[in-house]
Design a protein around this ligand. Structure first.
Ligand code: ATP
Length: 268
C-alpha cells in the first residue's frame, strides 16, 4: 500500500471504541440512577464524567467496574459485547478501577501494595521479591512518579504519592481501561498536579481513562472529552479543549434546558 492510500484508509476507517456503553439503565427500587446512558472511551483518551451529586457518575463507574450490573443496555469492549459480572471479571477484561478509598495497606511497602493478592504471574508461578520490585520501579517510572523508594511503607507517603501507588497498582494487570473516582479530592495543589501528570501518562501509554471529578479545573486540564450526567441521563458532551466553563456548568446544573428533554445533546 502506498503512503497516500494508507492515509486515506486511516481517515475513512471509523475507530472502534475501547469501551462502548449504550442505553444503560439502572434502578434502585424507585430511584432511576441511570436512564438510557451512552458512554464511549477510545484508546489514548481521557473522558471526564461530571455531574452534580446524585447524577449517576458512581453508578456508571460501578457498572464499568463490575460492582453493579445494569438492568438494561449493551456494553462492548473493543467492539465485542461483554457482561461485566463482577470486579474480577472486569479485571480479567482489562478494566481497572481506583476507588476513592484507594484500598491500600498503610503498614506494607509500595511493592507489596502493588502486588497484594497478585503475586502470581499469568504463567502461574510466584514472583520473587526482586522481580516484584523491578516491576514496581518500572511502572512508577512509566507513570513519572517521584516516589523515592519502593520499600517505603505507605503511611510515610503523601496523598499524591498514595494516589500514584493506587494508579500504579492498576497497571499490574495490563489494563486497557482505567476508571479513577475523584483522584484529586482532598489533595494539595502540588499533589493534584502530580496526579494529573500520572493521568496524562496513562493516556500516553494508550489506555482509555474514565475520570470522575467535581473539580472543573482538573477536568479541563487533563481530559479530552467531558461527558455530563444530570438526573441519570446524558446532558452534554464537550470537547475539553474548546468548551467554555459556562457551557459545561450549564449542562451540569440544568440551566440549559431542552424542551423535549432530549438526552445526549452535543454542545461545542
Ligand atoms: N446502592 C444504592 N441504593 C439506593 N440508591 C442508590 C444506590 N446507589 C446510588 N443510589 C442513588 O442513585 C442516584 C445516583 O447516585 P450516584 O452515587 O451514582 O451519583 P453520583 O453522581 O456519583 O453522586 P456523587 O457525586 O454525590 O457521588 C442517587 O439518587 C443515589 O441516591
Amino acid at each position: 500500500m502506498h503512503d497516500g492510500e494508507q492515509v486515506r484508509s486511516m481517515a475513512t476507517t471509523p475507530r472502534t471504541p475501547l469501551l462502548s456503553m449504550k442505553q444503560i439503565t439502572k434502578r434502585f427500587n424507585a430511584v432511576e440512577a441511570l436512564v438510557g446512558v451512552d458512554l464511549e472511551v477510545y484508546p489514548h483518551e481521557v473522558v471526564a464524567l461530571v455531574g452534580d451529586n446524585g447524577a449517576g457518575k458512581s453508578t456508571l463507574a460501578n457498572i464499568v467496574s463490575g460492582v453493579l450490573t445494569p438492568d438494561a443496555g449493551l456494553i462492548e469492549l473493543a467492539g465485542e459485547p461483554v457482561t461485566i459480572g463482577s470486579p474480577s471479571a472486569a479485571h480479567a477484561l482489562g478494566i481497572a478501577t481506583v476507588f476513592q478509598d484507594l484500598a491500600l495497606c498503610d503498614n506494607l511497602d509500595v511493592t507489596a501494595n502493588l502486588f497484594l493478592g497478585r503475586e502470581v504471574t499469568a504463567g502461574g508461578s510466584m514472583l520473587r521479591d526482586g522481580e516484584m520490585e523491578q516491576i514496581t520501579k518500572r511502572i512508577l517510572h512509566d507513570l513519572n512518579s517521584p516516589i523515592p523508594s519502593v520499600k517505603t511503607e505507605l503511611h510515610a507517603l503523601s496523598g499524591g504519592q498514595r494516589q500514584a501507588v493506587a494508579i500504579a497498582r492498576t497497571l499490574i494487570g495490563n489494563p486497557r481501561i482505567v476508571v479513577l473516582d475523584e483522584p484529586t479530592a482532598a489533595l494539595s495543589v502540588a499533589q493534584t498536579a502530580e496526579v494529573l501528570t500520572h493521568i496524562e501518562r496513562l493516556r500516553e501509554l494508550g489506555l482509555g481513562v474514565i475520570l470522575i471529578s467535581h473539580n472543573m479545573v482538573d477536568v479541563r486540564a487533563v481530559s479530552d472529552r467531558i461527558e455530563v450526567l444530570r438526573h441519570g441521563r446524558n446532558n452534554g458532551s464537550f470537547d475539553a479543549s474548546t468548551a467554555s466553563y459556562e457551557s459545561i456548568l450549564a449542562a451540569i446544573t440544568g440551566a440549559t434546558t431542552y424542551g423535549d428533554g432530549r438526552p445526549g445533546l452535543r454542545l461545542a
